[in-house]
Structure formats: structure tokens, C-alpha cells
Design a protein around this ligand. Sequence first.
Ligand SMILES: Nc1ncnc2c1ncn2[C@@H]1O[C@H](COP(=O)(O)OP(=O)(O)OP(=O)(O)O)[C@@H](O)[C@H]1O
Ligand SMILES: [Mg+2]
Length: 201
Amino acid sequence: MVSKYHLENSLIYLDGSDIPRNIVGITDSDELHEFERELLTEAYQVFYNELDDNTVFDEAYFKSLHQRTFESLYDWAGQYRQFNMTKGGSRFCQGAYIESNSRKLFYELEKEDYLKNMHSKTEFIKRLAYFKCELIALHPFYELNGRIIRLFFDMIVRYNNYRYIDYSSITPEDYINASIKCVQFADCTAIEKIIANGLKD
Ligand SMILES: Nc1ncnc2c1ncn2[C@@H]1O[C@H](COP(=O)(O)OP(=O)(O)OP(=O)(O)O)[C@@H](O)[C@H]1O
Ligand SMILES: [Mg+2]
């Protein structure tokens, strides 16, 4: 029997693959990754140029990063996912609760003035790690969550006069293990360490 999950899944991915259906019709994984990489590089320039004192890092901004970066490639760019998703042994926020949990999270971020006026670097890192962990566990989009969450916090970091968060000294496995701690144990210490080591003055 074909389950509902698989039917929904096949709306996003080419049958039997983890390659998302896309507007330009790319079916090769390497080619798609290269295309995504180019879009993301352009997006960093666009969003860096747009940053100013009035930039508000709210939910609309977060969604717009996904939408504007990938709308030429995916028709679901900027839309939250509707179905449940797992990776490895991790179960992300259920599809049905993404809207409400995201609203709550961004309300919390708003109450903290979008991390714009933190008293110390230590406190900034701590709160940034907390919100990053929550977004990792939310996993709101069908794909490209990792990249858009990193982009979002790179913009917040730049707003606060740091350069960016450098992830080049850790392996993808380190990042996934830190994410597993967020999703499965609500423990942001590993992500906090990665941010503390990677935050460039
Ligand atoms: N087993 C796991 N448990 C918990 N979280 C995970 C697991 N595997 C991956 N993740 C999280 O999901 C993200 C990947 O999501 P997605 O594939 O939607 O985005 P991506 O842009 O391709 O990410 P990335 O570039 O980090 O691989 C990772 O960045 C990580 O935070
Ligand atoms: Mg991915």
C-alpha cells in the first residue's frame, strides 16, 4: 500500500530519490547542489547589501530568505512543510505544529529584540545558540533548512558587527551530532561551542 507520507513525499522528491523536483528540471544530484550553491552565494551578497539598522529578523524575514534564495528553483521556496519528517533517528517538529511553534519562537526572539542589543559576547552566543537549536528542531522547510538557518544567523551576526560564523573547522558529522543533541535532547551546548569557536570578529 502506498502510504500518505510517500504520496506527499513524492510531491517534493523525484520518485525513489532524495533529489527535489525543481523548476529547471535538473535530475543530477551534483548539478543540483552546484546550482543551489550559486544561488546561495548570490543570496549572501544580496542580503548583506540589504542589511541596515532597520532590518527586523522576524519570521517574515526568515521565510523570505528561503523564498528569495530558491524561488527560481523550487516552487515551495519560502513555504513551511506540511508533512512530518525524520532524519537518522531524529524526529523534527510535526508538520501540523510548525506554524504555531514558529510563531511562538519568533515571538520569543522579538522579546529579546532579535539579539540586537545583547550586553556581552558570551550572552549573545548563548542566546544565538538557543534560537538556532530551536530552529534546527523545527526544521520548517522541506529542504535547505541547514543552509537557510546558517544564513539567517550570519545576518544577525553581521548586524552585530561580527563577520560571520565559520563552520570550516568542523566536519559535517560534527554539525549533525550537535544537531542531534538539539533535536533529541533539547541540548544546545554542542551548537553553542561550534558558534563560540566559529564567530569571527
Ligand atoms: N540525524 C539528524 N538529527 C538531527 N538533525 C539533523 C540530522 N541530520 C541533519 N540534521 C539537521 O538538518 C539539517 C539539514 O537539513 P536540510 O537537508 O533541510 O538542509 P541543508 O541545507 O541541506 O543542510 P546542510 O547543508 O546542513 O546539510 C542539518 O543542517 C542539521 O541541522
Ligand atoms: Mg539537505
